[in-house]
Ligand binder design. Structure first.
Ligand SMILES: Nc1ncnc2c1ncn2[C@@H]1O[C@H](COP(=O)(O)OP(=O)(O)OP(=O)(O)O)[C@@H](O)[C@H]1O
Ligand SMILES: [Mg+2]
Length: 245
């Protein structure tokens, strides 16, 4: 039987001191969803993702991953998602291969399994020639490819990805987008925060628009276009968030 992959956020409120960064948002996703999380700078996207990943505590509401409350410390829960932060961190003095081994071992993967996955991804994301160089010698795009691989390594059910395409050249963006599409066919959830509206328009079946801590839209792009009589996501985005910044 297929696993019930799900992500449920209910009435999430996150404050930084007196500042409300995320203001009572709720949404539900299931396996197969590619969710594009968009919104102006400072809207609360990164904060929400960090709450889901368990990196930030929150004041109110609940988040459940595959039916488990994310405030519980549970190894299976931690293993069920992968996270790519907006400013990824690599250990400069490790090679790409060493870094991926390090991450794989943290997730309790066997050596052979890690090797197999590294081989698969280094071909897919075209970084085979860089694998044994220290990551301090990598360009930004090369670092991104290693980070993306580290998130996919243990085959999680849910991917939390904050700004995946920043700094990638057009060919690498294409490869990463194809990878996302491929993974979404396998009962997984991709939760992607992005300013690249064309990415959301091209690959997402659902979008959420954040504005000043509120989720002002959640649903399909088609419904939104029809409701607001706009032909593309950029026009919709500007219309919905026009009283912003
Ligand atoms: N560590 C922090 N301490 C205090 N305030 C913070 C902190 N991190 C973020 N904020 C504030 O919380 C709000 C939401 O920030 P967040 O980083 O979640 O926005 P974002 O939607 O990811 O923006 P961007 O598109 O620029 O990445 C902003 O007003 C920001 O200034
Ligand atoms: Mg952010």
């Amino acid at each position: 039987m297929e696993k019930n992959v799900s992500l449920k956020i209910k009435n999430l409120v996150k404050m930084y001191g007196k500042k409300v960064a995320v203001n009572d948002i709720s949404l539900e996703l299931k396996g197969g969803d590619i969710f594009g999380f968009i919104g102006p700078n400072g809207a609360g996207k990164t904060t929400t993702i960090k709450c889901i990943a368990g990196l930030l505590d929150f004041e109110k509401g609940s988040i459940s991953i595959n039916g488990m409350d994310n405030k519980k410390f549970d190894v299976n829960l931690k293993r069920s998602f992968g996270y790519i932060p907006d400013t990824p961190y690599l250990y400069d003095k490790l090679t790409g291969r060493e870094f991926l081994f390090f991450v794989g071992r943290l997730y309790g993967m066997e050596k052979e399994e890690i090797e197999k996955r590294i081989d698969e991804f280094s071909k897919k994301l075209e970084f085979k020639d860089y694998m044994d160089l220290k990551t301090e010698e990598y360009s930004h795009g090369m670092k991104q490819r290693i980070i993306i691989t580290s998130c996919f390594l243990h085959s999680p059910d849910i991917f939390l990805i904050d700004e995946p395409l920043v700094g990638l050249d057009p060919k690498s963006s294409r490869i990463v987008k194809d990878l996302f599409k491929e993974f979404s066919k396998t009962n997984r959830i991709l939760f992607i925060s992005t300013h690249t509206l064309s990415l959301a328009e091209e690959i997402c079946n659902k979008i959420g628009i954040m504005d000043k801590g509120k989720l002002v839209y959640f649903g399909s792009i088609e419904n939104l276009k029809e409701n607001l009589k706009k032909s593309n996501l950029e026009e919709l985005f500007l219309e919905i968030t026009k009283d912003g910044l």
